[in-house]
Design a protein around this ligand. Structure first.
Ligand code: 13P
Length: 252
């Protein structure tokens, strides 16, 4: 039985005071009832430490939105896994389509970041997903499998079983146009099948596959009910405490 994950990716939103205010608002909404899901918030780097200090009760886990692959050195502006661990971070998003688009992150770089995250003891959330033109050309499945294969190249079976994969079709991110839950399920199952082909069904059965792209309190249940989808990676709707809490509740 895979525990669902509801993760909030705050992206480049919220100053420190705003971040602290958001978790303070969120916490009481989540403790009212024992949660059936692992809940993660991923604030911007600048707010990780202040948010971490708010979270010590452990109801909510802390994630970062990115990391660098080297452990330390002359890499101006970068943040290492060890620096994230220092702040109480336990999860890290890797290969988000916005980083692939705006920072030109390629599959080889994403693979190095995944390996670095595991090496340091962080749990990576690997994002994969096709663009609209690729879906319209009937290539969604092929593109996502290719991303996945390239990205997980350096990983061992014991790491794969701990991997969290977010299927995030690029055209559904921030657009209000979510995927059809049925289609998202097809992709989630294809991802698991690809893992099974390489690492066996036992390992694949442990991998949690999330859906991301315009998830809201109103549609989250439709995704979470689909066979093969183990949770949601939420952008915009994670910036509002009530709405994010509603998504968490829908996983229970
Ligand atoms: P939205 O929920 O805003 O579409 O963003 C999804 C996302 O990119 C999460 O990583």
């Amino acid at each position: 039985m895979r525990t669902p994950i509801i993760a909030g990716n705050w992206k480049m939103n919220k100053t420190v005071p705003e971040s602290v205010a958001l978790v303070r608002e969120l916490k009481p909404l989540l403790v009212a009832k024992p949660q059936q899901a692992d809940v993660i918030v991923c604030p911007p780097f600048t707010a990780l430490y202040p948010v971490s200090r708010e979270l010590d009760a452990g109801e909510i886990a802390l994630g970062a939105q990115d990391l660098f692959w080297a452990p330390k050195g002359a890499y101006t502006g970068e943040i290492s896994a060890a620096m994230l661990l220092d702040l109480g971070v336990s999860y890290v998003i890797v290969g988000h389509s916005e980083r692939r688009a705006y920072q030109n992150e390629n599959n080889a770089l994403v693979a190095k970041k995944l390996a670095a995250a595991f090496e340091a003891g962080l749990r990576p959330i690997l994002c994969v997903g096709e663009k609209l033109a690729q879906r319209e050309a009937g290539l969604a499945d092929r593109i996502v499998r290719a991303q996945l294969e390239e990205n997980i190249k350096p990983l061992m079976a014991d790491q794969i079983r701990k991997l969290i994969i977010a299927y995030e079709p690029v055209w559904a991110i921030g657009t209000g146009r979510s995927a059809e839950p049925r289609d998202a399920g097809v992709m989630a199952r294809a991802i698991r099948t690809a893992i099974a082909a390489k690492f066996g069904t036992k390992v694949a059965a442990e991998v949690r596959v999330l859906y991301g792209g315009s998830v809201t309190g109103a549609n989250s249940k439709d995704f979470l009910e689909v066979d093969g989808i183990d949770g949601a990676l939420v952008g915009g709707a994670s910036l509002k405490a009530e709405e994010f809490a509603a998504i968490v509740k829908s996983a229970s």
